[in-house]
Design a binder for this molecule. Structure first.
Ligand SMILES: Nc1ncnc2c1ncn2[C@@H]1O[C@H](COP(=O)(O)OP(=O)(O)O)[C@@H](O)[C@H]1O
Ligand SMILES: O=P(O)(O)O[C@H]1O[C@H](CO)[C@@H](O[C@H]2O[C@H](CO)[C@@H](O)[C@H](O)[C@H]2O)[C@H](O)[C@H]1O
Length: 471
């Protein structure tokens, strides 16, 4: 292991985007290293392979290099460590501080310049969308917050989403956002960065998205923040109904449902569609059951509900109805939608970040996204109860009413906006809701253990094993 690899081994577990937190790193290798800026400061793009418990995941690191002692205080938080020159004289010629270059506007300016120029035909390629004229000379800032990737905002003009965990192939976010380039319900794409990544199956080099440049929506307010504010208003007077409390969210939920239906319609027009046969539906249900088994093995608290969950997946498999499928969002929740001055806009079409890309590219029912958003209403209603001591009967009842009201409004908006009426497909909807809740139990256990009670309580309620909060 080189000194750089040793430093990265210590640094990776501290990163929010590192999916292998809590599991020891068996080995870490810099698989490829390409110089984007030679000299000082230097910029390199690394693909780093991390072995953990018999599996290998790959991540992108944009590595900044400056001579030791020359790094300003404003970059102190981004430091990975100090690298010595190699004894054989290859690579560095003097000791350098290496750091997470996404935090260095002097280096990230280069990425925007290169995208604007559509530069590079070598191992790292920069591309701008046909018809886009990307402005340069804008200073970048890293967006803070809980994120699976790293997002830079350039001068309130563009967002550059730097994908951290890499799978060979185009990132679904770029694929779907490009398909929605003319939609008012999605942020316009302007360009991307790509490299070649070898598949683990046969070693073929596949063009793989490293980052995506998109329009920055200046007037955007996060859907989660808006919903949480509405819940907080209700909690201030839990004896009132959600419709009478200040800050009722149902109108927004209804419009969000309609926007979601419009996006599904546009995706179905631009990208492949199909109809599930009984066999392919059974395969989808098998996938849900397999995820349940994995989750129960990792989180034993899920075990009491396994029979009820499995029964819902089997009912889905046994349905005697055709099920249209298409490309969908795949990880739809209130944090993936923003309210702008012109209405709702859907973001982050990457799918569930922990799932291999080829799985996320599979066609699915749009009701899967509907189920994702319904789960999110449930989260928004419940999360403010975390850590509440004392009698929460009134608040729990208020939360239940809030979730139910917004659930109904969203489904009504979705159906009136031209989507399949969720109310008429309860078996499908239930299976997708349960599947998402099982995913959430795993997600929370790994990333936010203090929140795992939210999906667990919902599963208890949804399976009828405690007082139901939703549905
Ligand atoms: N085009 C955009 N305009 C304004 N804000 C955005 C835009 N894209 C993303 N954001 C903000 O950044 C957050 C994270 O972006 P997202 O694509 O969801 O990243 P991640 O996959 O890491 O969660 C979003 O919740 C939203 O608040
Ligand atoms: O936004 P990401 O693509 O990183 O998605 C992951 O993180 C989400 C949390 O930020 C997680 O969403 C879960 O928590 C939300 C509240 O924070 C809630 O609204 C969602 O319904 C719930 O699923 C998402 O599952 C995960 O993939």
């Amino acid at each position: 292991m080189t000194r750089l690899e040793e430093l990265l081994t210590d640094w990776f577990p501290l990163q929010r985007w590192f999916a292998g937190k809590g599991v020891p790193i068996d080995a870490l290798r810099v698989e490829t290293e390409h110089v984007l800026i030679a000299g000082e400061p230097g910029l390199r793009v690394l693909v780093v392979a991390v072995d953990q418990r018999g599996t290998t995941d790959r991540y992108q690191v944009l590595l900044g290099l400056r001579p030791e002692g020359s790094l300003g205080d404003e970059l102190a938080h981004a430091v990975i460590g100090v690298c010595e020159p190699a004894p054989d004289g290859a690579g560095l010629t003097s000791a350098a501080v290496v750091y997470d270059a996404v935090h260095d506007p002097e280096l990230t300016a280069h990425l925007l310049d290169q995208i604007s120029a559509g530069a590079g035909d070598g191992p790292v390629r920069f591309r701008s969308m046909p018809g886009s004229r990307v402005r340069t000379g804008l200073r970048s800032l890293v967006l803070t917050g809980e994120q699976s990737n790293t997002t830079l905002v350039y001068g309130e003009e563009y967002i550059l989403k730097v994908f951290r965990r890499l799978w060979p192939g185009p990132n679904p976010d770029l694929e779907l956002t490009s398909a929605l380039a003319d939609s008012v319900y999605a942020a316009r794409p302007h360009g991307w960065i790509e490299t070649d990544l070898r598949t683990s199956a046969d070693g073929t080099a596949v063009s793989t998205t490293l980052a995506m440049l998109q329009e920055y929506l200046r007037s955007a307010t996060d859907g989660w923040v808006l919903a949480a504010t509405s819940v907080r208003d209700l909690y201030a007077s839990p004896e009132t109904t959600p419709s009478d409390a200040g800050g009722d969210f149902a109108g927004e939920a209804q419009r969000l449902g309609a926007a979601t239906a419009a996006v599904h319609r546009d995706l179905a027009r631009a990208l492949p569609t199909d109809v599930l046969t009984p066999r392919t539906r059974a395969e989808m249900a098998d996938g849900m059951v397999a995820r349940l088994h994995t989750a129960v093995a990792e989180v034993p608290d899920l075990a009491p509900y396994a029979v009820a969950l499995r029964a819902a997946f089997e009912a889905f498999a046994a349905l005697d109805a055709e099920l249209p499928v298409q490309r969908v969002h795949g990880d739809f929740h209130l944090g993936q939608v923003v309210r702008t001055d012109t209405g709702w806009v859907l973001l982050d079409f990457e799918g569930e970040p922990a799932v291999p890309v080829h799985e996320r590219q599979k066609l699915s029912s749009p009701l899967r996204d509907v189920a994702g958003m319904l789960r999110s209403f449930d989260y928004a209603a419940r999360h403010q109860l975390i850590g509440h001591t004392g009698d929460t009967t009134d608040l729990t009842e208020a939360a239940r009413a809030w979730a139910q009201r917004n659930r109904e409004a969203f489904c009504e908006g979705y159906a009136s906006g031209g989507g399949t009426d969720p109310e008429k497909h309860q078996v499908v909807l239930r299976a997708f809701e349960y599947d998402k809740a099982v995913y959430e139990v795993m997600y929370e256990t790994r990333h936010r253990p203090g929140w795992v009670g939210i999906p667990l309580d919902s599963i208890a309620a949804l399976t009828g094993q405690t007082i139901p909060l939703s549905g």
